[in-house]
Design a protein around this ligand. Structure first.
Ligand code: ADP
Ligand code: MG
Ligand code: MG
Length: 210
């Protein structure tokens, strides 16, 4: 079954819940290598997004994603606001006119998001950022798709890829964002932004399962 507008709406709502529940955890991760606000930023951003979307009953997939992006950019002060904002905006552009999303559309959506984050943050994988969850998630999705997996299995593969990628950030030295100020001392800590990306993908998997 393809992803519907309702699934995307459910995903964004669920993301708000999951980020709220993980506010303290993400903030604790950010306190080790940043400024202890990643959970607060993401929670605040997604509460604003969901307030906004509640008044947009007729919105299609593209509009939901674009509105999420613009709202994150305007409500989150930290680095993650413009970065996730760009990701959702690009995802919205990539899904323009779609009423449902097949596996290939979903991969296109996330590739557009990845390119957006790379362009906005001038980072590559291996720099201990959210890209280190998102890029392996997309790689895993492509492999699953090539192996004829179902859409739900592809999204599960993304979650697994993001988990491996997030855990791999522990051993990385940060060279972008606030954590880069710590240099080698950033080693031994899991990146907060990679962790929130993994949580967002887990929320998507849970929405699609419904
Ligand atoms: P801030 O660092 O401004 O306080 P947050 O704490 O909300 O913002 O977000 C920090 C996260 O943003 C990091 O854990 C990292 O994953 C991500 N990040 C920071 N800089 C970049 C970048 N240039 N490219 C991609 N992701 C980045
Ligand atoms: Mg921070
Ligand atoms: Mg900050």
């Amino acid at each position: 079954m393809p992803v519907t507008t309702g699934d995307i709406r459910d995903w964004i709502q669920r993301s708000g819940q999951v980020l709220h529940e993980n506010n303290a955890y993400l903030t604790q991760l950010d306190s080790a290598i940043g400024d202890a606000d990643h959970g607060i930023n993401m929670d605040r951003g997604f509460q604003a997004v969901n307030k906004k979307l509640a008044g947009m009953e007729e919105a299609d997939i593209s509009t939901l994603l674009k509105t999420t992006g613009t709202t994150l950019v305007s409500t989150v002060g930290g680095a993650s606001g413009p970065l996730y904002g760009t990701a959702f905006l690009r995802a919205g552009v990539a899904t323009a006119g779609k009423q449902t999303l097949e596996s290939a559309d979903l991969i296109t959506l996330f590739e557009a998001a990845l390119e957006g984050v790379k362009a906005r943050g001038k980072a590559q994988t291996g720099e201990k950022t959210m890209l280190d969850a998102l890029a392996p998630a997309i790689e895993a999705a492509k492999q699953a798709q090539a192996a004829q997996a179902s859409l739900a299995q592809i999204v599960q593969a993304m979650v697994a890829g993001a988990e491996v990628g997030t855990k791999a950030t522990i051993e990385m030295t940060a060279t972008k964002g606030r954590a880069s100020y710590l240099g080698e001392r950033s080693v031994g800590h899991q990146d907060p932004g990679a962790t929130s990306c993994w949580l967002l993908l887990q929320a998507l998997a849970d929405s699609i399962k419904q």
